[in-house]
Structure formats: structure tokens, C-alpha cells
Ligand binder design. Structure first.
Ligand code: PHE
Length: 340
């Protein structure tokens, strides 16, 4: 009996030594501690022994079982702690699995570029609400009720409360007076943002699009300052020497008002199909801030001068990336989005 116990123990220690992973450890456990193991046989045979022998061998067999359980548990812990290192082999030279990463939308890329250029020129970035009161969207920028110019901007009206009319802002000019009410000139600021118009959509019109407002106010700001800032901005944005041309136009919040064109980025002004052979591309509206806008902001009349301009972000992105339809931006077609 003694010999048998010693034999089993020796064999198990040897088998345990050869165990290389959790799987083979389980096999050893079943072989030595399982229902049909040698140990189980041994325990069964004790039943048939005389009482003295039972007393002699019983504890020995129990001790063997306890020691085996202990050793297997130790080994089990060891594998669990060091499992990867011992049983998994990693081929560090195998090609990896490609992870699809998200990326910035072209409008975000363009917006960030523009913000970078302006902030290096000392402008601050301002923000305002997309759901706006009638006052800031229209009245404050010199467009009182019944003003015919309101018709230029097909508006989504929201009748949220009695007597207070809200709109989905039709332009980023809504931030002009909001900003002026809280700041004292001189200042230079930009407002990138989403705007809305009740439009029939086509390749160059969307109901939801983005604008970029620029507002500079001080004691002696002139059109020359506008021309310089605009030329310098567009040249940096397109990495080319861009010229600016202004044409008389009308916006209620500026006087004088103009529309401005940039020299064609495709043909550099000599005339091509992009610029319809004119050499110029229409970009946005601008002008010298109307004194009524300063009054709405609480400034003294004729104390300050300033210029404002606004243009569509989509338009710049379309020129830079040669996108032929504005509806792609929010169309949700993954084939469009993954190109940037
Ligand atoms: N807010 C005008 C528009 O949306 C653009 C503009 C801004 C014109 C500032 C002049 C000055 O049409």
C-alpha cells in the first residue's frame, strides 16, 4: 500500500512536470483525481481493509489527495497568470487587421483651416444660436418688419411663444449685434455657423448650409482694410495669389454694400469654364457696417466704422475639392464622405 501511494505520487509529479498548458493540466487532473483515477481505486480499496489498516492508510491516502489537489491548483494559478506568454504564440511580422477610422467631414476641414488663418491674423471666433429671435436675425441688422429685403432670405419661421417670433437663422449676421452688445471696439471676429433657408434645392442651393461672417470694428476701419484682409485670407486659403474685386450691391446692414469676387483659382484670371470666361468667381457679400446696426448694439452713432462680410462655406469647399453639387455635403453617401 505504501509503495502504491508513493508510486502514484511519483508518477503524478512527473506528469505534472510535463504539463504545458491549461488543457493538459485538466487531463492530469482527471487522470489523478477523477472518478476513475488510481487514487479513486485506492480509496475504494480502503473500504475492504481491517480497522487497523484503515486507520493506518486512510490518513495517508487523504494526505496524498490533498497534496495532489494543492499541486494542481498551484500549477493552474501559474498558467492563468502567465497564460499568454506560455501558450500563445504571436507572429509579430504577420500583417495587421485594418481598423476603419473615422475622419473629418470636408466642411469641418475647411472650417478649421479658415479659423486657423483668421486666428493667426488676430481674430476671435464667436458663436450664436441657430434658433434666433426675429430681432437679432432681422431688426437688429437694419431689416425691420415689412422691410422688402426680408424677402431675399426665404425664412423658416417658428412661432414658439405668443408674440415672440423665432426663426432658424437665415445668416450668421445674427451674431453681429449679439457680439457688439457685449464687446467694446476695437475688435476683429469671425462667426462660422450653420444657417437655414426655405429653398428649392438644386446643385448650388441647400436648405441647410454654412456661412462665415467676418466683422471688424474700430475708429477708422475702411474698405481698404477689408480688401487687404480678404486678399490675404483667400491667398492663404488657396495657396495662391488671389485678387479681390468688389461690385456695388445691396444688403440692409451695410452702407456702402458690395458683392465681392475673387480671381479664378482655376485659370488665375485669364478666363476658363469654371469662371464662365470672366476670370472672376463670385464669393460673398460685404460692406461697411450701417450706423443703424451700431445703434441697435447700443453704440453711439458715427463713433465707429467697420466692415462685415459673409460667404458660404460650402462654396469654398466646392472650389477647393472640385465638388459639383452642394447636396453631397449632407447627402449621407458614404462614397462621397470617404474621399476626404
Ligand atoms: N448676411 C448676408 C447674406 O447672408 C451676407 C453678408 C454679410 C453681406 C455681411 C454683407 C455683410 O446674404
Amino acid at each position: 500500500m505504501n509503495e502504491k501511494i508513493a508510486q502514484i505520487e511519483k508518477k503524478m509529479l512527473k506528469d505534472l512536470e510535463e504539463v504545458k498548458d491549461l488543457k493538459s493540466l485538466e487531463k492530469v487532473r482527471i487522470a489523478y483525481l477523477g472518478k476513475k483515477s488510481m487514487l479513486a481505486e485506492l480509496m475504494k480499496s480502503i473500504k475492504d481493509l481491517s480497522p487497523e489498516k484503515k486507520r493506518e492508510y486512510g490518513p495517508l491516502v487523504n494526505a496524498l489527495r490533498a497534496s495532489m489537489q494543492d499541486k494542481i491548483a498551484q500549477k493552474n494559478d501559474y498558467f492563468e497568470d502567465n497564460f499568454n506568454a506560455l501558450s500563445e504564440w504571436i507572429d509579430v511580422t504577420a500583417p495587421g487587421q485594418r481598423v476603419t477610422r473615422g475622419h473629418l467631414h470636408p466642411l469641418t476641414i475647411v472650417q478649421r483651416d479658415i479659423e486657423k488663418i483668421f486666428t493667426t491674423m488676430g481674430f476671435v471666433i464667436a458663436d450664436g444660436p441657430e434658433i434666433e429671435t426675429e430681432f437679432f436675425n432681422f431688426d437688429a441688422v437694419n431689416m425691420p418688419d415689412n422691410h422688402p429685403a426680408r424677402d431675399m432670405q426665404d425664412t423658416f419661421w417658428i412661432h414658439a411663444e405668443k408674440n415672440v417670433r423665432h426663426v432658424l437663422r437665415t445668416h450668421t449676421s445674427n451674431v453681429q449685434v449679439r457680439y457688439m452688445q457685449e464687446h467694446t471696439p476695437p475688435f476683429r471676429m469671425i462667426v462660422p455657423g450653420r444657417v437655414f433657408r426655405q429653398e428649392a434645392t438644386d446643385a448650388s442651393h441647400e436648405h441647410t448650409f454654412h456661412q462665415f461672417e467676418t466683422l471688424v470694428v474700430g475708429k477708422s476701419i475702411s474698405v481698404a482694410n477689408f480688401l487687404h484682409i480678404a486678399e490675404s485670407f483667400f491667398s492663404q486659403f488657396f495657396h495662391a495669389e488671389i485678387k479681390i474685386r468688389v461690385r456695388p450691391s445691396y444688403f440692409p446692414f451695410v452702407e456702402p454694400g458690395f458683392e465681392f469676387d475673387i480671381s479664378c483659382t482655376n485659370c488665375e484670371g485669364s478666363g476658363c469654364s469654371t469662371c464662365q470666361r470672366t476670370g472672376w468667381i463670385e464669393v460673398g457679400g460685404a460692406g461697411m457696417v450701417h450706423q443703424n446696426v451700431f445703434l441697435a448694439a447700443g453704440y453711439e452713432k458715427n463713433k465707429y466704422t467697420g466692415f462685415a462680410w459673409g460667404f458660404g462655406l460650402e462654396r469654398l469647399a466646392m472650389m477647393r475639392y472640385k465638388i459639383d453639387d452642394i447636396r453631397h455635403f449632407h447627402g449621407g453617401d458614404i462614397r462621397f464622405a470617404t474621399q476626404f
